[in-house]
Each structure stands twice: as C-alpha cells, then as structure tokens.
Design a protein around this ligand. Structure first.
Ligand code: ADP
Length: 406
C-alpha cells in the first residue's frame, strides 16, 4: 500500500510518499514560496529498483492545486519518478492543525469533517485554511484514494477539564471557546507509542512526560497512554520557551506593553516571532548558535539557555506531581534528539527526582537513535526517542484505508 502524506502551510507543501509494506520512504520533498515568482521545489526520490534522485528547481505554482499537480507529476515522471501512475496511491494523509473540541482521532475526510475543519479556522487562522486548501486540491488530484485527516490537537483531546480550563469567566469558554487545546499532538502520540514499545509496556499502561524540543517546544503528561496535561494552550504561544516564542508570561505584560505604545498586532508579533531564545540572546533562535556563543562567553546566550532549560525542568516537576507514576521522561524534536549538552542540563535539574545522567549514553544517542541517557541505576529514566510525525500520519491513514480505527 502506498500512502502520500501532505502537510500544507499557507505558502508551502511538505510531502512524503510511503510504501507501507515496510514503511520505507519512496519520495519526499518541500515546495516553498508557493504563489510567488520564486517558488522552489526540493525533491528526493528513492524508488525500489530505480536510481535515487535529488533535485532542487525553480517552479511556477500559483496555489496549492498547481503545487500538488507539480509534485504528483514528479512522482510519476517516467525517468525519475517512483510511481507508474497516481492510481497507485491508496491513501492520502493530511496534517490538520486544529480539530477543536470535538475531534479525538484521525478520520476519513468527508463533507462533515470538512465542515469541522472549516469551523475551526478561527482557532488556527494561519493553519486550518491552508490545510483545507491542500485537502481540496489533493481530493481533486488523487480522487481514487482515501483521504484522511490527522489532527495536531486530537491526542490532546483527552485532557480533563481541570487541565484544559483557564480560570476566566465561564462565558469566555462558552462563547469564545477559550480553553487549552494544545498542539504537536501527533509527535507526542508517536513518541508515546514508540517509548511504550521500547520500555516493554502496553501502550495503555505507560506513564510518561514527553518533551518535544524543536523550533516550537511543548510538553505532555501522559497517564496510561493518554494525554492528561500539555504545555501549549489555546494557541502555541503558551508554555515552554521556544526559538522565537516567549512561552508563559504574565498576561498583564500585554497591557503594560500596550500602554507603552505597542499596538496589539505588534505585541502578538513580538511574542511569537521575536521572543524566546532569540529575544533573550539577541543572537539566534537556533540552539546550535547559542551553545557555540556560550562557549566563547556570551552572557546573553547563556541566560537564554538557562531560562530555556529551567522552564523545562519546572514543567517536568509539575507533571511529575500530577501523574500516577512515571516510566520515563522522553525527549524528542531537533534539540531533544541532537543536543547532549542541553539534555545533560535537563538531567541535572532532575536530580531531586532521582535522575542520574550517564555521559557516555548521552553522547551516543544522537543522529536519529533512540535510547536512555540516564544510568542503569537511575531512579528516574530519561530517554531520547526521535519523532516522526509523517510516519504517524501514514500509519493512521493506512489504518483508515483498511477500515480499522486509529
Ligand atoms: P521544527 O520544530 O521546525 O520541526 P526541529 O524539530 O527540526 O524543528 O528542531 C529544530 C531545532 O533543533 C533547531 O532550531 C536547532 O535549535 C535544534 N538543533 C538541531 N540540531 C541540533 C544540535 N546538534 N544541537 C543543538 N540543537 C540542535
């Protein structure tokens, strides 16, 4: 079975084509700057029995429909493609950011589900409209396939009211849907299932704290395989310190900065795009740059890293308290998977919970490997488990094609 995974942003289409027989990736790529004169397609193909191809080329693609057509043409190209025909695609899995309160699982896309995605455009104005455009384009271009939507929010739909409600007037919730939804759910679900397997526990019995540290950062408390709390909120701005997002702040800071002369849109932009690691370091949103700067004595970079790690430790402490037990803290995302120094610092903060770091293990578990980074004798296990949201989407889509639930 072939499954095509599509992740549409407002000006980009990210894709992977899987052969689900062995979960291998036959092709993947990114079409960027859609709708501009400088649209660019980066594609790599690795079809069985064919020469691997890598290409990068300027293209003309006015919108998602044109962009998808272009990508599909590349997939079936007689010389460099990996498919004989588009009809070989059995399922198309679409990443959808916001499913709102009602969506708890991945589902086959029909008229009803399209309405749900549309109804949640207000809650994710930058993402859901682009996701919808991609779905409509793909349903037109690959009409014989089953189309499935996999929602970022779905894994987090099990949060209990005491975790998802804010202490604001009830009317804000009833009339304006003000509550915690959370994001990165597909990543947290993937690492939860993978970690359960690695720890030898049934998925519905594992207790974890999963920590996704990429450009965006979030943490989920998982009890019995279900999400019971999560650090991102009504929007992805809440919670951990991120590349350019502030994470938690006193909401009154918004009023103070407004009184100081900043328009609301400006404050929104600063908190989302100029804060976090970038705001504190005044250097970069990339952890690699900051770690290099710390080595040569950059104090602002050092503070940015300190605040980043401290916030993570504080959340782990809070989630430790609310879980019925803890099998492991699981680190993932670009920083979690690749940065021994940051992982070491997180482990040091967790000493009161019984974590004993193991330097050799920590240095070995990089480059897509999974494994523990704490010592055998450590009372608290800290693991690294690489995430793979595309594969999670492909697996859900395959299950839906087969008519099984997810
Ligand atoms: P996204 O959230 O965009 O999917 P990733 O999960 O790929 O991002 O994470 C990107 C971040 O991972 C980069 O901004 C960088 O800070 C960090 N990163 C990647 N490799 C390393 C490394 N070797 N050391 C420290 N940080 C790294």
């Amino acid at each position: 079975m072939k499954v095509f995974v599509v992740n549409c942003g407002s000006s980009s289409i990210k894709y992977q084509l899987f052969d689900m027989a062995d979960e291998s990736v036959l092709a993947k790529g990114l079409l960027e700057r859609l709708g501009t004169s400088s649209a660019l397609l980066r594609h790599s193909g690795n079809g069985k029995g064919r020469e691997p191809v890598e290409c990068e080329r300027a293209v003309q693609a006015a919108d998602h429909t044109a962009g998808l057509k272009l990508i599909l043409d590349v997939l079936v190209d007689p010389r460099s493609g990996v498919l004989e025909s588009i009809d070989q695609i059995d399922g198309v899995g679409h990443r959808v950011v916001h499913g709102g309160e009602g969506v708890t699982r991945s589902s086959r896309i029909d008229g009803e589900l399209l309405k749900v995605i549309e109804a949640n455009c207000d809650l994710a104005p930058l993402h859901n409209p682009a996701n919808l455009a991609g779905i409509r384009a793909a349903m037109g271009a690959v009409p014989r396939a089953v189309h499935a939507a996999v929602f970022d929010t779905a894994f987090l739909a099990t949060l209990p009211p005491h975790a998802y409600r804010y202490a604001v007037p009830n009317a804000w919730y009833a009339q304006h849907h003000v509550r915690r939804y959370g994001f990165h759910g597909t990543s947290h679900r993937y690492v939860t299932l993978t970690a359960a397997g690695l720890l030898g526990k049934p998925a519905d019995q594992v207790h974890l704290i999963t920590v996704h540290l990429g450009n965006g950062c979030s943490m989920t408390a998982v009890a019995g395989g279900k999400a019971v709390d999560h650090s991102m909120g009504m929007t992805p701005l809440e919670g951990l310190v991120m590349g350019t997002r502030s994470g938690d702040i006193d909401p009154a800071i918004v009023f103070q900065m407004h009184a100081a002369g900043l328009a609301v849109q400006e404050i929104d932009r600063v908190l989302n795009k100029e804060s976090g690691l970038l705001g504190l370091s005044e250097l970069s949103n990339d952890m690699r740059d900051l770690l290099r700067a710390v080595e040569v004595g950059d104090r602002k970079a050092a503070l940015a890293v300190d605040v980043f790690v401290y916030r993570i430790a504080k959340y782990i402490g809070a989630y430790y308290t609310i879980l019925p037990g803890l099998d492991a803290v699981v680190l993932t995302g670009g920083i979690g998977e690749n940065s021994p120094p940051i992982r070491h610092r997180i482990c040091r903060w967790l000493t009161p919970l019984g974590a004993v770091a193991d330097e050799a293990r920590n240095n070995q578990v990089v480059g897509g490997r999974a494994g523990p980074i704490t010592a055998e004798r450590s009372a608290l296990a800290v693991w690294v488990v690489p995430t793979n949201e595309e594969l999670m989407i492909a697996r859900d889509t395959a299950a839906i094609v087969f008519g099984r639930g997810t």
